[in-house]
Design a protein around this ligand. Structure first.
Ligand SMILES: [Zn+2]
Length: 285
């Protein structure tokens, strides 16, 4: 145990400041999105089987909805720029901007050097959950994705239906590439429907049974052309364990909707970040 200074209590009492005040973030026009969604038509439907993943494509200006269909199930979502897979969802920066869990009005931001909104959440039927007495909330950007390497590290297992492997197979199938090519493109996820937090005493990442019920959904507006992949986590509702076939698992549904022509008048797909990338040396021409 380290030696506390005399003014330890005073130091602990210093008030925190928000790292990234978001007042200057570009504000999504939620009213425009809602109006466009109201007149939108369904154009695709993808069923993600239990303990598997599936890919899907959503054009800029389209909507996609992830629905719990048969039973409580958590989903691990990856997003890429459909034309440049080096631009992918950046979980850490999204967390720094919006907090540990996402809901309506929050955005999924892309990796450097792009750092722009990839998708905006426009509806969340689990918004009622808020924060529970344990500090648990829904739809986290703190977990990574369940993977076979951590299972092997902790328990010596060889389990092949973790979200990381499911996403790797789904992406390889979509691209017609090898697993070795696809795997490095898989990244930390948005944990759709997952209920998580950190324990107050030890700061450890915890999960608990998701409050999701069949019919619940999370819906997004695609800000750029997207390739997505969604894994129906082997943890099921994540009430007990993942990285095995023990939990009850269910499929998830992805639906894509196209707005009526002209419904997004005035909206523009966001450009990549405006930083000049000179990093303190001569400007890039
Ligand atoms: Zn998982």
């Amino acid at each position: 145990m380290s030696q506390a200074p005399d003014d330890a209590d005073a130091r602990r009492a210093v008030k925190p400041v928000i790292c990234y005040p978001t007042e200057t973030l570009p504000v999504p026009d939620m009213a425009l999105y809602a109006a466009a969604r109201a007149g939108a038509e369904k154009v695709a439907e993808i069923l993600v089987p239990a303990r598997e993943a599936a890919s899907f494509r959503v054009g800029a200006g389209q909507f996609f909805r992830i629905t719990c269909v048969d039973g409580p199930q958590v989903g691990d979502l990856n997003l890429w720029n459909a034309h440049d897979l080096s631009e992918r969802f950046y979980s850490g920066k999204t967390r720094a901007l919006h907090g540990t869990h996402l809901s309506t009005g929050d955005r999924m931001w892309s990796s450097f050097p792009y750092l722009r909104p990839m998708a905006t959440i426009i509806a969340d039927t689990l918004e009622w959950y808020g924060a529970d007495p344990y500090g648990g909330r829904v739809h986290d950007v703190i977990g990574t994705r369940c993977d076979p390497y951590t299972g092997n590290l902790l328990a010596g297992t060889q389990y092949h239906h973790c979200c990381h492997s499911n996403l790797t197979r789904a992406l390889a199938d979509d691209l017609g590439s090898s697993l070795a090519e696809a795997e490095p493109l898989v990244h930390d996820v948005l944990n759709v429907f997952m209920c998580t937090g950190f324990t107050r005493e030890t700061g450890q990442y915890f999960m608990k049974a998701s409050p999701v019920r069949p019919g619940d959904y999370l819906e997004f507006f695609a800000e750029i052309d997207l390739l997505g992949a969604l894994s129906a986590c082997p943890g099921g509702d994540c009430s007990s364990e993942h990285s095995s076939d023990k939990a009850a698992c269910y499929p998830l549904m992805v639906e894509v909707f196209t707005p009526a022509p002209g419904a997004l008048a005035g909206w523009q797909s966001p450009p990549p970040n405006g930083y000049d990338r000179s990093h303190g040396r001569r400007a890039v021409s």
